[in-house]
Design a protein. Structure first.
Length: 285
């Protein structure tokens, strides 16, 4: 390209950008997942058909079925979301919302929407983002980076157990992770509805995912709008991985962590102080 033509095309590119800028609002509500682009008008039709019965025509969680549902559907006018890769207080990314809609929220009435095509799901996410002006004024912050997972060891698991004690996870989740800690019965969410801590005995899945990476992300970013806080300011990445490996031993699952734990526990279990007020130590550390 000759210098002059290059200059010309630059000028016309700027012209187009200016023109678009003056006609359309800030592009924050555009939704991109992989190479798909979401369109809110197409999403609206899907939303009215599949989502409004719970989340309400206005996105305010006042759908006709909402009264029968516990936990309540998300109120999209608040623009506060539980499952995020972004820090506490931030909007979620498009991928986060897309994954939530695809996965559904286990143990709640929020179904997985795998029956909708990926394009349908990006469109409906686009429409969900029209219910709050926050999507026009704020950008999601950068997703938290998760360093590679180290192999689980008994030292790491025991360290994770100490962190579960010291970070006071037990106050809500209980010493054995049954969701029955001393604070459990008093907790409410951002709409003043009662909310119970997760019970690790219920099985493998979390609302916000299934993998060890998801588990790491859950307590490092927190579940905004619920009492489940973010621990990103208190835990270093290596500590967070130790905690992940300990949490896996609380679940009734055949995981590598549980196997390591069981074989150690059979000979050393008596050395441990139970988790709870003043507890959690032992294990030769
Ligand atoms: C049968 C009721 C029901 C229907 C239908 C439903 N949802 Fe939900 N949805 C819920 C409930 C309940 C929650 C909140 C679960 C919780 O907070 O534990 C929720 C939560 C969400 C969230 C919040 C994710 C987060 O990270 O906080 C999004 C996004 C969402 N729904 C999108 C949709 C979309 C899009 C549709 C339609 C395709 C839809 N929902 C249909 C009940 C429903
Ligand atoms: C103040 C009470 C409180 C404390 C302290 C607390 N949690 Fe939670 N946690 C909750 C509540 C409430 C929920 C359920 C949120 C919901 O259903 O939306 C939860 C949910 C979870 C979940 C499941 C999330 C999902 O996607 O289903 C995990 C994992 C978890 N907490 C881990 C931890 C860990 C690890 C700690 C300590 C480092 C901790 N929590 C400390 C209250 C707490």
């Amino acid at each position: 390209m000759r210098p002059q033509t290059r200059w010309m095309s630059l000028v016309s590119a700027c012209g187009v950008a200016l023109l678009l800028g003056s006609v359309s609002p800030a592009p924050a509500q555009e939704t991109h997942v992989g190479n798909l682009t979401g369109h809110a008008p197409a999403g609206k039709q899907l939303y009215v058909r599949y989502c409004a019965g719970c989340h309400g025509d206005e996105g305010d969680a006042q759908g006709e079925n909402a009264q029968w549902i516990d936990p309540k559907p998300r109120d999209f006018t608040m623009a506060t979301f539980k499952c995020r890769s972004t820090p506490s207080g931030s909007l979620p990314t498009d991928d986060d919302l897309f994954n939530s809609v695809t996965r559904g929220f286990v143990t709640t009435n929020m179904p997985p929407w795998i029956a909708l095509t990926p394009q349908n799901r990006v469109d409906v996410v686009s429409y969900v983002k029209t219910f709050s002006a926050r999507w026009r004024t704020a950008q999601p912050r950068a997703p938290m980076t998760i360093p590679a997972e180290p192999a689980p060891t008994i030292q790491g698991i025991l360290h994770g157990r100490e962190l579960y004690q010291r970070m006071e996870c037990w106050k809500c989740h209980g010493g054995a992770g049954h969701g029955d800690g001393p604070s459990a019965k008093t907790l409410t969410d951002n709409k003043d509805d009662p909310i119970r801590p997760y019970d690790f005995q219920t099985g493998s899945r979390f609302m916000c995912g299934t993998t060890n990476q998801d588990l790491y992300r859950i307590f490092m970013t927190g579940l905004d709008g619920s009492p489940m806080p973010s621990f990103a300011d208190q835990l270093k990445p290596a500590e967070a991985w130790d905690l992940v490996h300990f949490l896996r031993t609380l679940q009734p699952l055949k995981t590598p962590e549980a196997a390591i734990w069981r074989s150690w526990f059979s000979t050393h279990g008596h050395e441990l102080k139970p988790i709870g007020p003043g507890g959690g130590g032992g294990g030769g550390r």
